[in-house]
Design a protein around this ligand. Structure first.
Ligand SMILES: NC(=O)C1=CN([C@@H]2O[C@H](COP(=O)(O)OP(=O)(O)OC[C@H]3O[C@@H](n4cnc5c(N)ncnc54)[C@H](OP(=O)(O)O)[C@@H]3O)[C@@H](O)[C@H]2O)[C@@H](O)CC1
Ligand SMILES: Nc1ncnc2c1ncn2[C@@H]1O[C@H](COP(=O)(O)OP(=O)(O)O)[C@@H](O)[C@H]1O
Length: 299
């Protein structure tokens, strides 16, 4: 993990790069051809994360969201988004782990997470499912913040050496976030979206993509903001199954960078609607649809 690969490129990703990665439904589409996102997020402890992810996915644009979870988050998701389907069925991508605590995982949620990872379709893995990424059967994007990435790399180092020595602290990751996003992608085999004021995306062996937010983007540092980002990315994966099948992690990295750019712009839009004032995570999720509209009109 400390070995430095040869110098690799990095690039910036802005809203003008996103148009190609938004699937606009045509006359021949139906809800299934657009793509279905399966969601295993939230818990009785953190039910709000489920609501935020489903809201953001719905506002990003997807044929259907299938939510599979505990009773309390299921009820809250349906209260907020009655179009969500809670019956089990086929999906084109999964979003798992937001609002879950790996240390207190109950058997029902453990089974749901493992079933999603074994399903063979692309998966966004967040928060309380990050410890399970070694079990994936299809391309995965992980969406850690610095502390979560430190835990992922500690687990990886422990598997490699039987100890965990040499894994970086969250502070060390913060000091070189771009470099650690790249190392983490190479070490885990997942596409990494490392969250922060600047979000760094990297596919295994690929270039690092930087997604910068504006100077006032600090309002995004609010509870549940990352849960909303997971929903945006999940919807993008579900609506691009063909491109992911053809282009693998390169497509996942482009979709992850698109999600981060849409998320940053939705935060800016939400704040602008409040005269530049503070925002809540649900405001971000709600404004994604407007930002998608902005991107499509500019394309
Ligand atoms: N609405 C929802 O449902 C939401 C659900 N959410 C879900 O919550 C889950 C956990 O996510 P997370 O990012 O909080 O987890 P994690 O990296 O373990 O951070 C813990 C670290 O924070 C620190 N800490 C705590 N309090 C602190 C304080 N006052 N001031 C300073 N530090 C403080 C604490 O330090 P300590 O108190 O131990 O010293 C520890 O180091 C995850 O599943 C996520 O999806 C969230 O998205 C929010 C909205
Ligand atoms: N200072 C900041 N400026 C801009 N964006 C930020 C800042 N801090 C955090 N963010 C963004 O806010 C989100 C926070 O996600 P996360 O840490 O997972 O929070 P939560 O678990 O509460 O949802 C991420 O998308 C991250 O990139």
């Amino acid at each position: 993990m400390t070995h430095e690969p040869a110098q690799r490129q990095s690039r910036e990703w802005t809203l003008s790069d996103c148009g190609e990665w938004i699937a606009v439904p045509g006359a021949g589409d139906d809800k299934y051809s657009r793509g279905v996102l399966g969601v295993v997020t939230g818990s009785d402890e953190y039910p709000g994360a489920a609501v935020l992810g489903v809201e953001a996915a719905t506002r990003t644009g997807v044929g259907m969201v299938r939510y599979v979870g505990d009773d309390v988050p299921s009820r809250l998701v349906l209260e907020r988004r009655p179009e969500t389907v809670t019956a089990v069925g086929r999906v084109q991508a999964w979003l798992i782990g937001s609002g879950m605590d790996a240390a207190h995982r109950d058997p029902a949620n453990a089974a749901r997470l493992r079933a999603a990872l074994a399903d063979g379709v692309p998966c966004v893995v967040d928060a309380g499912a990050l410890d399970l990424i070694a079990e994936e059967h299809a391309p995965v994007v992980i969406t850690p913040h610095y502390r979560e990435l430190a835990r992922v790399l500690a687990g990886d180092a422990a598997r490699a050496s039987g100890g965990g020595a040499g894994a970086p602290s969250a502070e060390k990751i913060a000091a070189d976030a771009r470099g650690w996003a790249r190392r983490a992608a190479d070490a885990t085999g997942a596409t990494v979206l490392l969250k922060g004021h600047v979000t760094h995306v990297c596919a295994p062996g690929g270039e690092v993509i930087d997604v910068c937010t504006g100077p006032d983007a600090g309002w995004l540092a609010t509870a549940g903001s990352g849960d909303a980002l997971g929903g945006i990315l999940g919807a993008l994966l579900a609506t691009h199954a063909d491109r992911i099948a053809a282009e693998g992690h390169d497509a996942l990295a482009a979709l992850a960078a698109t999600a981060a750019a849409l998320h940053g712009a939705a935060g800016a839009r939400a704040s602008a609607a409040r005269a530049g004032g503070p925002i809540a995570a649900l405001d971000v999720a709600e404004h994604v649809a407007t930002v998608v509209g902005d991107v499509l009109s500019a394309a």
